[in-house]
Design a protein around this ligand. Sequence first.
Ligand code: ADP
Length: 318
Amino acid sequence: MKLAVLTSGGDAPGMNAAIRAVVRRSIFDGIDIFGVSHGFHGLIEGSIERMGLSSVADIIHRGGTILRSARSPEFFTSHGRERAIAQLRRYRIEGLVVIGGDGSLRGGLALARLGLPVAVVPATIDNDMFGTDICIGFDTATNTVIQAIDRLRDTATSHERIFVVETMGRHAGFLALTAGLAGGAETILVPEVAWDMAALCQRLLRGLERGKAHSIIIVAEGAASGADIARRVGDVTGLDTRLTVLGHIQRGGSPTAQDRVLGSRLGHRAVELLLLPDAAHMVGLQAGFDVSVRLHEVMDQRPCLDQRLYDLAQVLAI
Ligand code: ADP
């Protein structure tokens, strides 16, 4: 049997652990395994190479993806997808593991609809994929944001300032909420929950009256622009307000133990799935168990932000 693996879309720490698991599990079963570089773009162009045990040596602790990632506009066209299928046929590859986020899942489903067995491994720091409790990369990115908050807290206290921290999350606030809660932020703004500038400022002023030395406001980029929030909070409260945009720092870094274990489990499971007939699934973790869900069932669904977690953060930031 011959299988291939690619990483697509935004990179996430722990993708390498998943690649390693796919390659080693395949070799364990006597399967020929190929790596496709630069995602669907590389697939269309035929950037396909046989992988061996040593291709994935010394990568489990590395952020990013050794297979590189890319976005491929051509893959949105049926011509592009047919070229991709033709490349796979050229190598007699019978199934594909796609490691990536929501867009990559759609790409995987498009190939599955052309008859190719596909297993998607969810990897995105946004954690916004339905059908799994957690995606590869989320834990590492959350810890990166927490470290930043901790450092900013030190300087915020020294100068009695307000710090606005903008995180990634165009459509989903999982990263901002989890890091905000764990970092003890006073205010967390996420795209899923409506917020009000007057109430936000009143809350900050109340804290100040109580003798709070500083405040930290976490803003997911999809909720508002951090620069805008910092300017408006400064204007309304008259307090010294500074902005930190974390940007791509959130994507990098050595994956946490959780992301390495998750990548290993899900990569391994993806190969198991491709050994079964009619694979067109995403693998995931639900209540601690490895699961698989059909791609077309999860494709148009969005996971909900945990309102209880949001309420908890509000209560604890009283
Ligand atoms: P992510 O996987 O991180 O969400 P993107 O949304 O950029 O990243 O998607 C990665 C790639 O997946 C795109 O560049 C494109 O090649 C492919 N893709 C995304 N959506 C579709 C779709 N609806 N049909 C076919 N391919 C898609």
